[in-house]
Ligand binder design. Sequence first.
Ligand SMILES: CC(C)(COP(=O)(O)OP(=O)(O)OC[C@H]1O[C@@H](n2cnc3c(N)ncnc32)[C@H](O)[C@@H]1OP(=O)(O)O)[C@@H](O)C(=O)NCCC(=O)NCCS
Length: 179
Amino acid sequence: MSDKSNVSIRLCISPSLDYSEENVKDYLGSIPLGDLGLDKKDSTSLQVIAKLDKKCFVGDHPVSLKNTFWWIAYSEAGNPVGFSGLKMCKKKENKGLGYFSRAGVIKSYRGHGTQKKMIKARIRKAKELGLTHCVTYVKGFNLASANSLISCGFKLYNPHYKWGGKTALYFVKCLECGK
Ligand SMILES: CC(C)(COP(=O)(O)OP(=O)(O)OC[C@H]1O[C@@H](n2cnc3c(N)ncnc32)[C@H](O)[C@@H]1OP(=O)(O)O)[C@@H](O)C(=O)NCCC(=O)NCCS
């Protein structure tokens, strides 16, 4: 039997991805591409991520896939079981910030540390990119998400602009202060 804690996290997509027609084929059929933030058809990894997104966020709007580093978590058998993203904030006032975009783990693989591994992979990348902080938010009821961030050294904070809505919980991790 496969060990569910033995997943490997692979960086599959970088923001520099060429979204041209030759690269991106056979996209998700039923989802309007505009909703995904893409204007062309998709490549394999993007297709996997969009499918995982659909599975993990049932009924939610599809995540925008553009301008983001994306990781896929693979099971021992090589099946995709999770995904997560990191976006570099572009605005001048947000310089140095890395935003943790969506992350999800399929139901049968939850509770085995995959999300924590994906958080650590994103922190490593953010440091490599020279970023100073990682930020994200979770909906108040999402205990699994909040606990995984806390477990990886994130702290709750109160941003001036509440980009995830008034009731969300906002988290930050300083990458330079070693906490
Ligand atoms: C949130 C989610 C990604 C967590 O993935 P996971 O791989 O099961 O998480 P982990 O196994 O790495 O567990 C991380 C931490 O959360 C805790 N946790 C897990 N499930 C929990 C739950 N239901 N309630 C409270 N804490 C929980 C774990 O105990 C662990 O903390 P610890 O190290 O202090 O023990 C997964 O539940 C999911 O995909 N949910 C649906 C989509 C979603 O909400 N994504 C996040 C919002 S962007």
